[in-house]
Design a protein. Structure first.
Length: 134
């Protein structure tokens, strides 16, 4: 899942559980650039995307990966910069019953439910903004 700085869904790539996330960087980076019109230059990723291969695949489409690492001396809860944005998006999707567990057989069904969820969330925000304006 790729989200913007506000947590809105940009791109989604569904894979089986036995595939590594870092192997999907090329596909997801291409989707992000296609959706945004080649405007993304930097992507914050977690430690699962460390290594030369993910960085090279993202650089091939013009995206620089910045790995957000956990502090070495961790005491209690530590808020990682920019990492909370995607975690918040995961929390938003978990509020929808159908996405709380992964029961779908087809990846296209799961992807469609994610897009429907984010469309619903954005629609709620638009309605709230319209009701607030004079």
């Amino acid at each position: 899942m790729a989200v913007d700085t506000l947590g809105h869904l940009l791109a989604l790539h569904i894979t089986p559980a036995n595939e590594q996330d870092r192997a999907q960087v090329k596909t997801l980076a291409r989707q992000v650039q296609a959706v945004t019109g080649e405007r993304v230059n930097l992507a914050f990723v977690d430690q699962g995307y460390t290594g030369a291969q993910p960085a090279q695949e993202a650089a091939a489409v013009g995206i620089r990966l910045e790995v957000v690492k956990l502090a070495d001396a961790k005491h209690g809860f530590v808020l990682l910069p920019r990492r909370w944005v995607v975690e918040r998006s995961f929390g938003w999707t978990a509020r929808f019953r159908r996405l709380a567990r992964d029961y779908e057989r087809l990846p296209a069904t799961l992807a469609g439910l994610h897009f429907l969820t984010f469309a619903t969330l954005m629609l709620k925000r638009i309605v709230a903004l319209i009701l607030q304006s004079p």
